[in-house]
Design a protein around this ligand. Structure first.
Ligand code: HGY
Ligand code: MN
Ligand code: MN
Length: 436
């Protein structure tokens, strides 16, 4: 028998023991109560949440998170893109382990998309405190600015600017539907927290784990409670601007109109036909936002702007879509103009094998402790801030199921015991990484 237990085995055993203790100190009810409290900021009568980035609801939610983090012993800092960082010190000052997500929502969103990941990180902090665990590395929980990209495009502004600060100047000129510049809203958000010290962008991180709801049907249909996310599919966004001539709905003969809506609908029909006939189910096409001018019942639309969101695990499919979009817009014959511009483009993300193994261990222990099926490896259909962090440090994600696969909808829901399980897995993974 080898009497010389080598130190690394001993250390390894201590680290595993700490990870297990952290996992076992996560509290179900404490998590549920902060989810309900945060959901009140922009809460809707239908159970959903309206908390678009840097709106008053978002600024109030940020203050709530700052107070909650401080109540758990964290120091709070903010960077030039108003990303909020909640830090639990380690015994060393090595680069921290990062977890968290975003607190902004869709115009009509749910109470879990993003918020769950931020609150899960703060629950891990509470579990580490309760377990009296000192980690080697600091642990930081982040609330990224503007992940959704619906008020100000593109999405994931905070995390992308954190990783590459040269993005920020252009982001500051992004404008919302009311003409507000992101830069002006950002300056107000920074002024709203004079008690929070500023920190540099792109700080070194040793690793990052983001916990998020799946927002799709895969885990629920597989009867599995936790997902080990292997990567994120590619995404592209476009703005299509169709310009015709406004006119009187009653007097203008149909054959003489330069009707921007007729052209926009014609283009849309060709895009849907391309998806159905050429690409099939692997290409997901969404024409989500339409702005009509002058938007009057009895005026022929003079201008229509609509957005295109396309996703696919195979980026080549998006390259082919873009070529088709070019072809369709150039070939559309009418007396008006059609222009399109790219708003956002992200290749597929793949998380490193070593991180996937750790996440799988963390999820497996949580699932087996609850006598549940083993976790499932899967790709994310939604994009996440982790797609940028993956360029900055070893990164991975954990998913919990979404009821009916519903998200970006007031009815978004996940069973409380699954939310609890997700945080247990996160606690194990973050503690292991913070002791490595
Ligand atoms: O659009 C997305 O995939 C993310 O949920 N914002
Ligand atoms: Mn999200
Ligand atoms: Mn979302």
């Amino acid at each position: 028998m080898n009497k010389e237990l080598n130190v690394s085995n001993l250390e390894q055993r201590d680290q595993t023991a700490a990870s297990e203790r952290a996992q076992d100190h996560v509290q179900h009810d404490r998590l549920q109560s902060v989810i309900a409290e945060l959901a009140a900021f922009g809460g809707r009568s239908d159970g959903g949440v309206s908390r678009e980035t840097l709106t008053d609801n978002d600024l109030q939610a940020r203050r709530y998170l700052i107070d909650l983090a401080r109540s758990r012993g964290c120091s709070v800092t903010i960077d030039d893109c108003a990303n909020l960082f909640f830090r639990r010190p380690g015994t060393s000052d090595l680069p921290p382990v990062l977890t968290g997500s975003h607190a902004d929502t869709q115009p009509v969103g749910g109470k879990l998309d993003g918020a769950y990941g931020v609150l899960a990180g703060l629950e891990v902090i509470a579990a580490l405190n309760d377990a009296g665990i000192e980690t080697l590395r600091p642990v930081e929980v982040v609330a990224w600015t503007n992940e959704e990209g619906c008020r100000f495009g593109p999405g994931a502004m905070g995390s992308s600017a954190f990783v590459d600060p040269s993005c920020l100047p252009a982001y500051r000129n992004s404008v919302d539907a009311k003409g507000v510049r992101f830069g002006d809203a950002l300056d107000l958000a920074l002024q709203a927290v004079p008690d929070v010290p500023r920190r540099p962008m792109a700080e070194p991180m040793s690793a990052c784990v983001e916990l998020h709801i799946e927002q799709g049907p895969v885990l629920e249909r597989a009867l599995v409670s936790l997902g080990v996310v292997t990567g994120i599919q590619s995404v592209r966004w476009y703005r299509i601007q169709v310009t015709g001539t406004a006119g009187h709905a009653g007097t203008m003969p149909m054959g003489e109109r330069v009707d921007a809506m007729a052209a926009a609908v014609g283009l849309a029909q060709q895009l849907y036909a391309y998806q159905a006939v050429e690409a099939g189910e692997k290409l997901r096409l969404t024409l989500g936002r339409w702005q009509v001018s002058p938007n009057s019942i009895n005026t022929i639309p003079g201008a229509v702007e609509f957005t295109v969101d396309v996703r696919c695990v195979d980026e080549q499919v998006l390259v082919q879509f873009e070529a088709a979009l070019n072809r369709i817009t150039r070939a559309y014959s009418w007396a008006g103009q059609i222009e399109f511009e790219s708003m956002f483009s992200r290749p597929p993300t793949h998380f490193p094998a070593a991180m996937l193994e750790l996440i799988e261990r963390a999820c497996t222990r949580a699932c087996s402790s609850a006598s549940l099926a083993a976790p499932l490896r899967m790709t994310s259909g939604a994009f996440h801030d982790a797609m940028y962090l993956a360029e900055h440090c070893p990164t991975a994600m954990i998913f919990v199921p979404s009821k009916g696969g519903v998200s970006h909808n007031a009815a978004e829901e996940t069973a409380p015991e699954e939310l609890f399980l997700g945080v247990q897995a996160l606690a194990y993974a973050v503690t292991s990484l913070a002791n490595a």
